[in-house]
Design a protein around this ligand. Structure first.
Ligand code: CAA
Length: 301
């Protein structure tokens, strides 16, 4: 690769994918002052994401947590870009945030590699997939790195920086500096399935689902147990709704293949995904999501 780009030279960012995570990540990078191109194959989704960012930041201004000028700068730094070539032109940092499927991510990053400058860091916001595999199959291992954000990205402090086998140490260093600039606390993790976060997080979520299946308690009481008994900010089933049941299923399927039986996806999760009950984003998961928050629902056993 050409010389590794240093953090102060990073100016333009492209976020690939305007789903829940891509939208939040774009808000974070735009707020840090990066010119942020937001790309999605579905142009309408880009429009909806920008609208949600406007609403979320408007609420922050109303609550006195953001200055109006800062909000205007943030919105001004966001560039909806439905054309991939245009989005990648002269970009310094790519943050791919497409669905958690290896073929999709590799396909997209191969295209991006052909369109972006050689200096660009190719970050992928994967929850569990191999950075080494993505880097190798993109033929850009040295500049491929995992940049794992947490939902909701504007609020969650952690950035998990995942080093693939071929990732250049300079790329790790630049990523750590960018993490700090966007107000995150980074940890560096080696490329093992599920990294340091998802591997633990999905176990609790999956076990909570199995407990619901076997009738240990209601969804709300399983959640309340962890909220009040363990001080988790949100119980595991509510959190699964927030993350997306489809996302959790893809992570579990991958870890089941890679690590073993303890990650076998619970039957209830598969059924709910088949039924389109994907959690907050679809309006229903383990809870029904209303304007005023999650409402308990009865689950058939
Ligand atoms: N931009 C900026 N700030 C925002 C925001 C946005 N888009 N949305 C919410 N906020 C702020 C609010 O202004 C609020 O700030 P104050 O506390 O200062 O008032 C704060 O975030 C909390 O928001 P709410 O009051 O609406 O809600 P809450 O207090 O119930 O907290 C929560 C919500 C932050 C999500 C909290 O319940 C929580 O931390 N839950 C756990 C989340 C978690 O574990 N995420 C990781 C999931 S795993 C993952 O994402 C990885 C993966 O690979 C799948």
């Amino acid at each position: 690769m050409s010389e590794v780009i240093q953090a102060p030279s990073v100016r333009r960012v492209v976020v690939l994918g305007a789903g829940t995570m891509g939208q939040g990540i774009a808000q974070v990078t735009a707020q840090a002052g990066y010119v942020t191109h937001l790309y999605d194959v579905d142009a309408a989704r880009i429009g909806r994401a920008i609208e949600s960012i406007k609403q979320a930041t408007d609420r922050l201004v109303q609550k006195g947590k953001m200055l109006n000028e800062a909000r205007s700068e943030l919105i001004g730094a966001l560039v909806p870009t439905p054309d991939l070539a245009q989005a990648c032109k002269d970009v310094d940092l790519v943050i791919e945030s497409a669905p958690e499927q290896m073929e999709l991510k590799v396909g997209l990053l191969r295209e991006v590699k052909a369109l972006a400058p050689e200096r660009a860091i190719l970050g992928t916001n994967t929850s569990s997939l191999s950075i080494t595999e993505i880097g190798t199959r993109t033929a850009a291992a040295a500049r491929t790195i995992g940049l794992h954000f947490f939902n909701p990205p504007p609020v969650m402090e952690l950035l998990e920086v995942v080093r693939g086998l071929g990732t250049d140490e300079g790329v790790v260093a630049t990523s750590l500096a960018i993490a700090k600039r966007i107000g995150k606390t980074p940890i560096v993790v080696n490329d093992m399935p599920g990294f340091a976060t998802s591997r633990l997080g999905v176990v609790i979520g999956a076990e909570a689902m199995r407990m619901l299946e076997s009738g240990v308690a209601s969804a709300e009481d399983i959640d309340r147990a962890m909220e009040l008994g363990y001080r988790h900010p949100m119980g595991p089933l509510k959190l699964t709704d927030l993350v997306g049941l489809d996302v959790r299923l893809m992570i579990l399927e991958h870890l089941h293949r890679e690590i073993g039986e303890q990650f076998r996806p619970p039957a209830i999760l598969r059924q709910m995904v088949r039924a389109g009950r994907l959690g907050k984003k679809s309006g229903e998961g383990f809870y029904r999501w209303t304007e005023s928050g999650p409402v308990p629902i009865a689950h058939k056993r």
